[in-house]
Design a protein around this ligand. Structure first.
Ligand SMILES: O=C(O)C1=C[C@@H](OP(=O)(O)O)[C@@H](O)[C@H](O)C1
Ligand SMILES: C=C(OP(=O)(O)O)C(=O)O
Length: 414
């Protein structure tokens, strides 16, 4: 499938209701399933990743295919390690390439029975659920914070609780903090100091919970706002003081002239200026999911950049460093990776690399499709292949883009 995309005006007005955050929903669903009496969760995300989590937790089958959902794969590995029965956790072909050994080995040290059914260190997993002991454990914090969140959410139900020491450089720490904050909301206290997290045995307590809108999804709206002149948009259920680390983009986009104000209808964004600096330097160590949004924005606005903290991008839905390099080259941009975990662009365009018209591939990665949509405001029209990958986190993305003034039409691939 291919979409032809263009936007010829430079206005962004009205209301866009973003989906609920899949990170928040999938945590709430796990905590709900671990609590003695279920909680009231409102505004569950309609994303594929939350749908697979809901289905898995309905326990209607012992073989669970979580598709592309990293959070579901990691959180459920810990969850089923303690759930009586035999379980097979599998996923998409990409999921079978995303490492899980750090989590599996840690759970095994706590007494879990888990084996790899295909490739050592990767899903699918065969899990025999049983009561786990917990206790002192150390874990590499440099690969994925989802392993840590998975263990933390299980921790209060373990016989000895957990005393977890994180080794190496801890990435995506904002997501660990999100986990602990949500656990607190559900009645579980924890102690996080330097690289040590302690959680004693406790019970989750049922309490109402509203899943906030998704700040990562909001990055695509802010990106378009930064490219428009006439902006007055309301984003309901999104909060400045959010549990989600990606609310950091409020400050990032101030440099692009976007102001964010809290109103009783949601956040209101307006455009009051332009980017005036020579270069954009950003560290994505807490916010890896918004790297694509910012790289494409800089390309459109011809802003040279140096991005760091991208160490984990190669093991996400696709190798996002490679995907960005290939797709930005179609706009004439040569992105270089000066050292592992960083990406730079000098602000020049190489005509020999340029592809006209721009036909962007999406690599089964929702964030590739959503990040490149905005290019349709300048080199219009552009084309995006396999656009429905967006359902992983933002199923109504294309409808919202139509409301944002984009013309979107399905066309034949020739
Ligand atoms: O815990 C979470 O909800 C997430 C953690 C991050 O992954 P890593 O910890 O693997 O960077 C992030 O990229 C992902 O989209 C969601
Ligand atoms: C990396 C992502 O998701 P996950 O790791 O949960 O599949 C993402 O949504 O950008």
């Amino acid at each position: 499938m291919r979409y032809k995309i263009e936007k010829k005006d430079n206005a962004l007005q009205g209301v866009i209701t973003l989906p609920a955050s899949k990170s928040i929903c999938n945590r709430a669903l796990i905590m709900n399933a671990l609590s003695p009496s279920p909680i009231q969760i409102e505004n569950i995300s309609e994303s594929d990743d939350s749908k697979v989590m809901l289905k898995a937790l309905s326990l209607d089958s012992n073989t669970i295919d979580i598709g592309h959902a990293g959070t579901a794969m990691r959180f459920l590995t810990a969850f089923f390690s303690q759930k009586e029965g035999e379980w097979i956790l599998t996923g998409s072909s990409r999921m079978k390439e995303r490492p899980i050994a750090v989590l599996v080995e840690a759970l095994k040290k706590m007494g879990a029975e888990i084996s790899y059914t295909e490739k050592e260190g990767y899903p699918p997993l065969k899990i025999k659920g049983k009561n786990l002991q917990g206790g002192a454990l150390s874990l590499d914090g440099s690969v994925s914070s989802q392993y840590i969140s998975a263990i933390l959410m299980l921790a209060p139900t373990l016989k000895d609780g957990i005393e977890l020491t994180l080794t190496n450089r801890v990435i995506s720490r904002s997501y660990i903090e999100l986990t602990l904050e949500m656990m607190k909301h559900f009645g579980v206290e924890s102690h996080f100091e330097e690289n040590k997290i302690t959680i004693t045995p406790q019970q989750y307590k049922a309490t109402e919970f509203l899943c906030e809108s998704d700040w990562t999804g909001a990055s695509y709206i802010y990106q378009i706002a930064a490219l428009c002149d006439n902006v007055d948009l309301t984003l309901p259920y999104l909060f400045k003081n959010s549990l989600q680390g990606d609310c950091a983009i409020i400050n990032w986009f101030e440099k692009f002239g976007i102001t964010t104000t809290e109103t009783d209808k949601g956040l209101q964004i307006k455009k009051t200026g332009q980017f005036t600096e020579d270069k954009l330097e950003l560290d994505f160590i807490l916010n890896p999911d918004v790297a694509q949004t910012m790289a494409v924005l800089c390309g459109i606005l011809k802003i040279p950049f140096h991005f760091s903290g991208l160490e984990t991008l190669k093991i996400k839905e696709t190798d996002r460093i490679h995907a960005l390099q290939v797709e930005c080259a179609k706009m004439g941009m040569k992105l270089i990776e000066p050292i592992e975990g960083s990406l730079s662009w000098d602000g020049t365009f190489d005509q020999s690399l340029k592809q006209e018209p721009n036909i962007f591939d999406t690599y089964k990665d929702h964030r590739m499709a959503m990040s490149y949509c905005a290019v349709g405001m300048f080199n219009h029209p552009i084309y995006i292949n396999e656009p429905m990958v967006v359902t992983k986190s933002y199923p109504r993305f294309w409808d919202d883009m139509k409301n944002a003034g984009f013309t979107i039409e399905e066309v034949k691939k020739n």
